[in-house]
Design a protein around this ligand. Sequence first.
Ligand SMILES: [Zn+2]
Length: 394
Amino acid sequence: MRRCRTFRFLLSPTVRQRAALEHLVGLQCELYNAALEERRGAWRWEQRSVSYVEQCRTLTQLRGSRPEVLACGVTVCRGTLKRLDWAFAGFFRRCRAGQRPGFPRFRARSRWDSLQYEDRSGWRLDGSSRRLCLHGIGHIRVRLHRPVRGTPKAITVRREGRRWWVSIRSVDVPAEPRASTGRQVGIDLGVGVLVATSDGALHTNPRHGHRGAQRLAQAQRALASTQRGSQHRRRARERVGAAHRYIRDCRNDAAHQLSRRLVNDYDVIVHEHLAIPNLLRRPAPRPDGAGGYEHNGANAKQGLNRCIHDAGWGQLLAMISYKAESAGRVVIAVDPRNTSRTCAECGHISAGNRRGAVFECQACGHQAHADTNAARNILRAGRAQQHHAAQGRN
Ligand SMILES: [Zn+2]
């Protein structure tokens, strides 16, 4: 099996390299827009679609007319054309699905910030000197804070604010199996308590979104009061971007740490099957029969939606799943029905068992934190599922 991973490192370009990167990014944006124009024209005038391969072939014609576009190699140009190709693939897929997507759009230079190298030419990572060699740019220093495992296949160089990053995509990454701990865990995902385990541990939601939200709101207000095209506006926009990144980075860190801990400590991790798109759907409007609408709980729902986004359940589960896969751990998703209403001790099911964060069984009097109780039910469901699967094999 080809196990893929992405490794992300900070780049420290020199002043000259930075200028060269900026210039190259600008040219790639121009190339993207030109290639989009070609596809639009062909479609509008001849109802003909232009393929990625055709566009790659015409790249060589630029050698005569715009040699500077090819100065940093053809790989990065192909990467840009590939990106356009993905945009069109998404457009056609949504068309086929009966949706009405927007046609791929021209991109502003100020919003274009990455370079893609989709194969192994045009760049080289030198681990011993800690440099990333980019054709036409030079040897850029990389902060290799951990080794790149597997075989590097493709890279993306991206600007975020004033920083430059490289994402290295590797294939054939070797597994890192861990010694068995003989322990299994069920986890309940919540809004107040991010993760409750069947062992009784409660990992609270760090709520970085909440803390970062103030900073973000302030930056957005500042942005709204600036004039378009002004120097102030450019700086205000940078601050908004930085506030968004701050929230994202905090959330990522927390999810990485928690998923690492769970994968290190347990052989089997059982979680509830999440239908996140369902949870995020807006509540249906409730007409009152007199032309107006009754209150449908949309505001409360919105608050909950924000919390769900904030907790980033999907992201956390994805991290658990790939770390578990590499460590040789088992992850099981179970049907979440009744897990919060069932007593983990006696199995009695009643909606009255639960009052807020407290669980008290109406049949046997068992008391526990409601999320811990749910986590134990989830673990039991996971064990049953595993048992079933084992019997099916025999
Ligand atoms: Zn009970």
